[in-house]
Design a protein around this ligand. Sequence first.
Ligand SMILES: Cc1cc2nc3c(=O)[nH]c(=O)nc-3n(C[C@H](O)[C@H](O)[C@H](O)COP(=O)(O)OP(=O)(O)OC[C@H]3O[C@@H](n4cnc5c(N)ncnc54)[C@H](O)[C@@H]3O)c2cc1C
Length: 436
Amino acid sequence: MAQLTMTSIFMDGRKGNNESSFYRYDRPNHQLPITKPFMSEAFDCDIAIVGGGPVGTTFACALKNSGFRAVLLDAKPPEVSVDVRRAYAISLLSGRIFEQIGVWEKLQADMSPFRRIRLSDDNDRSVVEFWPQDLDLPQLGYAIEHTPLLSQLRSFLHTCDSVQGLWPAEVVGVESEPEAVRVRVRQDGTERSLRAKLLVAADGSRSRLREAAGIGTRGWKYWQSCLTFRVKPEHPHHNIAYERFWPDGPFAILPLRDDRCNVVWTLPHAKAKAFLELEEDAFIRELSQRYGDRMGKLALDSPRVLFPVQLMHGDRYVKHRLALVGDAAHCCHPVGGQGLNLGIRDAAALVRVLTQARDAGEDIGDIRVLQRYQRWRKGENWTILAFTDLLDRTFSNQWLPLVGLRRSGLWLLRNVPPVKIIALRLMTGLLGRSPV
Ligand SMILES: Cc1cc2nc3c(=O)[nH]c(=O)nc-3n(C[C@H](O)[C@H](O)[C@H](O)COP(=O)(O)OP(=O)(O)OC[C@H]3O[C@@H](n4cnc5c(N)ncnc54)[C@H](O)[C@@H]3O)c2cc1C
């Protein structure tokens, strides 16, 4: 992918509101050849989606039968996009969204439900246990690896007649016109343009579309990184998910298909890097101390991968003819496995807002329409971002008053059913406004 920096130009072009109606970013290296004239291969659609990660692709799938014509663009070749060594906890609400989209059946073969969640603090012996019965449901969530998730979503796109997928195709420029947005796309060394009524930026946490639109962000990088990998334990996992809080950071085990588990081990940067480089035998010894012996001997089932962790929230999610979804709009600490789930909810909510606006005869790129999506999602996302930050900070801390406070919190979760149910509904996505 070409490395770009961007210039952004803003003008206040719309009467009666102070939204910028013009935003633009350009390749800074103007020596790069543009082999075809800018306008030569223009083609039109209703929605251009930039970013074919799990959120952009979910959004594209959710457009099936909506009547919108859309193009989904991703800069990476498909074999690179699907080859990410990560697994996700998928919330009950995300499961319902996938079901409504019609992709659930395809995903189920690779999903592993979890039927219990065990939450514990350091070496405190008392454990909070969440059961499906707490919600009167058969499971509490699911786990799936990135590769089958994205492959199945992309294969579902073949059934969506009005959605075209283009990859590798990098968006290298955007210009806003009064009635449309023009996206410059580079594919196979050729540049062409695409004219859409709305641009949906699903281009990840370092979103260049967000930057180009001048949307600021707030947040911070954590002092920790996440080491993730798969293990194959000697004994079955019994579909139990674990989250244990250690002074270094949370340690999570997700039960995957075929009795394998995905581990997300949050550690201070230097320690995480040292563990990444440790010989396998020595690493397994360190790991076993954290993992415990409940599943017997452990064998690594994948390479270890290190991810940086940050909290980031866009100051806004929308501008005239632009909407941000997923990590382009917000990122959170992986504790509790929420990041992708928020993005899936954004995608479903945005499709709902756009469909209603179109049915009411409104322009889907109009800022007043897009603000409905922002009003819906921003507060809910903020709550989860704050909650995950609070969890990480209060549990990665040995200050006695805080230890006392969090132990009281865990006591409440164990002994006061309404508190437990509210926490569970928050983490499973069932507390906010549902898009399905
Ligand atoms: C260790 C770890 C564990 C996690 N575990 C969980 C979990 O259990 N549950 C959960 O819900 N979340 C989890 N998350 C969060 C989750 O990974 C992210 O929220 C999710 O991947 C975001 O998806 P996205 O599609 O928004 O962005 P991305 O996956 O970053 O996709 C962005 C896409 O945009 C494309 N792109 C970028 N720029 C351009 C351009 N100019 N032109 C064309 N294409 C472009 C890129 O190629 C990429 O494919 C975890 C995160 C980490 C780090």
